[in-house]
Ligand binder design. Sequence first.
Ligand SMILES: [Zn+2]
Length: 205
Amino acid sequence: MKLLTDTVVPARTGKAFVVQRGQRIRVLEVEGGQIGDFVAFNAGNLRERFSQGRTKANQGKIRISTGDRLYSKSNSVLLTIVEDTYGIHDLQYGMCSRWIFESPDYHGFASTLPVGGPLGRPAWGCWENLTEALKAWQIPPEDIPDPLNLFQTVEIDPGTGRMGIVPGRSKPGDYVDLRAEMDCLTALSACPCTGRPLRVQVYEE
Ligand SMILES: [Zn+2]
């Protein structure tokens, strides 16, 4: 594979990446334990975007890994996961946002997740990061889909349906490779909750 771009996404920021059909986008852990909120759009029609719901229903599972696909609401395949050294990526939660940090009793963080990581409690979330990253494409904040939460580990009680985010066990160098099945606009937020950077590489196969 030929490396085309290699970009650090600093802690608590987001960036957008255009990935042409057949290219791979690799999301890499730098320090480990960091969550990445990932969204994707059809670059030829930005109204068509990733669907958490179709991605789960079309494959009959609530977690995806190598060989699984990221679908849009109209059931087109945007990307396929072709390598994954971590194996668990959440498709239940939406993305964090400023609202969560202004709601001290928000139950999603009443788990053992140490919100803030090494940087302390954040003032904004992934929604704000992705809004900023996608500004150049004039995507309104309300049109940013619920994400694929890379390296996010969620435990679900099958009896009650209750769920909670637990600290991830990802190590430095863990990565997920997604192959674009059409020209895609993608964006990644280094989730402010976990407060560490991520790295993104784009490859030509
Ligand atoms: Zn987040």
